[in-house]
Design a protein around this ligand. Structure first.
Ligand code: GTP
Length: 214
């Protein structure tokens, strides 16, 4: 993988499909939002990214590398640029390495509803992210993927909702394989939270340091 922020970003390797990983960016009025997708191996991080970017579910993905994508979209009438990092868990770090956390503005924490252990690790990931960011509130969305696999479910929707309350973040259950609308909603919701967060931070800094009027 190219590390976040390194030269060659956005040229991200595809996943053995016809996916175009780099979509040229347009001028953005909401700015850029950098999103890292974190979670254990196999929860569907690549499937979610590819679904969001291409609207397609491909099924199998290159598991050997991390991919970074860039695209623009229109959100509430304004264009916004997404940079999306599909991480790979190494040594059980769920992708939450120092360089990744420093780079990202917000995080998608993914578990599979069919695997309790993928769910149980996420509270620690969230804490790690906040510690590394040295911030008490970092834009995060908790996503329970593979909701289509009802017969294999190990984590209930209520448990997901409760964890989201504990982590003070938004929660959605989705199926990358069956529901493009919810997957898109999840990324857009996080994007809006990042934009709001940046605006609030800017307003706060303006209040503290004063804004020079020209
Ligand atoms: N039924 C179903 N299968 C899914 C869904 N999302 C992903 N999968 C499958 O789950 C497997 C793992 O998906 P990936 O997207 O490669 O998971 P990942 O989290 O990126 O895994 P790593 O790259 O190893 O970190 C693949 O076989 C996918 O086809 C889903 O919503 N429903």
């Amino acid at each position: 993988m190219s590390s976040p922020g390194s030269p060659g970003d956005g040229q991200g390797a595809g996943s053995g499909s016809t996916l175009k990983p780099y979509l040229r960016r347009k001028k953005s009025s909401l700015g850029e939002t950098k999103i890292a997708v974190l979670g254990m191996a196999g929860v569907g991080k690549s499937a979610l990214c590819v679904r969001f970017l291409t609207k397609r579910f491909i099924g199998e993905y290159d598991q050997a590398s991390e991919n970074k994508y860039k695209c623009s979209t229109v959100l509430e009438g304004e264009s916004v640029t997404f940079e999306l990092l599909d991480t790979r868990s190494q040594n059980d770090d769920m992708g939450a390495r120092d360089d990744v956390v420093r780079w990202a503005d917000g995080f998608v924490l993914v578990y599979s509803v069919t695997s309790r252990k993928t769910f149980d690790v996420l509270a620690d990931v969230r804490r790690k992210v906040e510690d590394m960011k040295k911030a008490s509130h970092v834009p995060v969305i908790l996503v329970g993927n593979k909701a289509d696999l009802a017969q294999f479910r190990q984590v209930t929707q209520d448990e997901g909702a409760r964890l989201a309350v504990d982590l003070s973040c938004t929660f959605m259950e989705v199926s990358a394989s069956e529901d493009v609308t919810k997957v898109t909603d999840a990324f857009h919701t996080l994007c809006k939270e990042i934009v709001d967060y940046k605006r609030r931070s800017r307003t706060f800094l303006d209040r503290v340091f004063g804004l020079k009027k020209s």
